[in-house]
Design a protein around this ligand. Structure first.
Ligand code: ZN
Ligand code: ZN
Length: 452
């Protein structure tokens, strides 16, 4: 079994990995890079011969794991695409949204290759999609290779993937969280009999503060909301539409039930509504907390647009949970912040997830009161007059939890993926001491690595 990274760089971006077992080819994930544009945002699919892949496995529906799937399927028309049903259905909504975003960018930024695929193509490629459940071993098409999905605890439908062939086993984590969020439960990963482990390293560069607890973090956010409402302001929470949005709404519902925040309207954006419909659709059919709870019906304070989005109005005593989480240019969280929010000292902004250093969200997070912040290249700077706070509600395992898992698995080979260079460097150094039995590998793009 041979592994080859199809990413263009060592980073969190367009995830895609090739596994070759003799002539049989499997591709794990087909992501698109959120920051790169055009063809540069795709993995390096050119190095895989046309129409030679047998199976494509998608771990979950985030853009950096599924965003390039239609392009890959065009090049590999006979490949079966295997994933959980929520990943397929949520992924389809995400990819249709990508078509709209790319079409807009074609006009605004003049990227001629956009859109990289069309709505119609998305409907056609579904003919090759195959849905499989967690914890049920199946054979990959026309092979003797066994495959099993394990709940990864990251977002709805997310899995880690085990492949077993001739007594040898490789396990790919995808994105994983080993602790429960609000809806999503902790990962349920195997630890026995793994010969090669391919593991994400997202948070290798982040040290969680001593004494951190998720409960206290939630209470700290409730306090920010109370204090903001006491001075007649509103709270803006920039949030990823998929996963973080639904976790946040459930968390706000919890805080309301506990009487830690007052009843107040929670406004969400259009894509979040679409994805929440799917979370609700699977409310009783996936492994999760609050089984059967339907956010759109059961959360009394939620204001979700069911039709085409109108301009969002500013009101006092309101929580705005708007995407994108990094406040990328052109998104509603960015526009709303610059037009009606940051210059009002009564308001607060709460960050609840990762912001890449090159994004407007990161710049806002770093800014101090009175600073001028540039959120949009075509708009004037805005003076920051409101409060800005950050909270750790990550959907990724901490680095210590990953190290623990690697130690438990004790695999002869461990491959580090899905991490920036400093994150991977921390894991390499730490695992050399903590997991001395394992060979720790940082796969270079395009280099073949024999697994066993
Ligand atoms: Zn993810
Ligand atoms: Zn990811």
């Amino acid at each position: 079994m041979i592994f080859r990274s199809l990413t263009r760089r060592k980073e969190i971006g367009a995830n895609s990995y090739l596994i070759e077992i003799g002539k049989y080819r499997i591709i794990l994930d087909a992501g698109a890079h959120p920051k790169q544009k055009g063809l540069d945002s795709l993995p390096n699919f050119n190095s895989v011969p046309h129409d030679s892949v047998n199976a494509i496995i998608i771990t979950h529906a985030h853009h950096d794991h599924i965003g390039a799937l239609p392009v890959l399927q065009r090049r590999q028309p006979k490949a079966s695409v295997i994933m959980t049903e929520p990943t397929g259905e949520v992924g389809s909504a995400m990819l249709h949204n990508s078509v709209n975003v790319m079409s807009k960018q074609r006009e605004e930024l003049g990227i001629n290759e956009y859109p990289l695929f069309t709505h119609r193509e998305l409907d056609e490629i579904r003919a090759n999609w195959v849905y499989r459940d967690i914890q049920k071993t199946f054979l990959l098409p026309n092979s003797e290779i066994e495959c099993t999905f394990f709940d990864a605890g990251h977002i709805i439908g997310s899995v880690g993937v085990m492949l077993r062939h001739q007594g040898k086993t490789v396990f790919y984590s995808g994105d994983v969280n080993f602790e429960a969020q609000t809806i999503t439960r902790e990962a349920d990963f195997p630890t026995e009999g793994i010969d090669a482990l391919i593991i994400e390293t997202t948070r290798g560069d982040y040290q969680r503060p001593e004494g951190f607890s998720r409960r206290e973090e939630k209470e700290r956010m409730a306090k920010l909301i109370r204090e903001t409402f006491d001075q007649n302001g509103s709270v803006l929470i920039p949030v990823f539409a998929l996963g973080k949005s639904q976790e946040l709404m459930m968390m706000l519902h919890e805080l309301r039930q506990m009487d830690l925040i007052p009843a107040a309207p929670v406004i969400i954006g259009g894509l979040s509504t679409k994805l929440t419909v799917l979370y609700d659709h699977y409310a009783s059919r996936v492994r999760r907390s609050y089984e059967g709870f339907r956010i759109l019906e059961d959360m009394s304070t939620l204001v979700a647009p069911r039709k085409r989005k109108k301009e969002i109005q500013y009101n006092q005593h309101t929580i705005y949970a708007l995407s994108s989480g990094m406040m990328s240019e052109g998104t509603i969280s960015n526009q709303f912040a610059s037009l009606r929010f940051l210059d009002n000292p009564r308001n607060s902004v709460a960050f609840v997830g990762y912001t890449d250093p090159e994004t407007p969200g990161y710049r806002l997070r770093q800014a101090k009161l009175g600073d001028k912040v540039k959120l949009d290249s075509k708009m004037p700077e805005v003076e920051l007059k409101c409060r800005v706070e950050s909270f750790d509600f990550s959907a990724h395992a901490t680095r210590e939890q990953i190290v623990d898992y690697v130690r438990k698995v004790n695999a002869p080979k461990v491959l580090l993926v899905h991490g920036d260079a400093p994150a991977q460097a921390w894991f390499s150094k730490t695992l050399a001491i903590e997991a001395p039995q394992s060979e720790i590998i940082q796969p270079e793009p395009e280099i073949q690595i024999p697994l066993f």
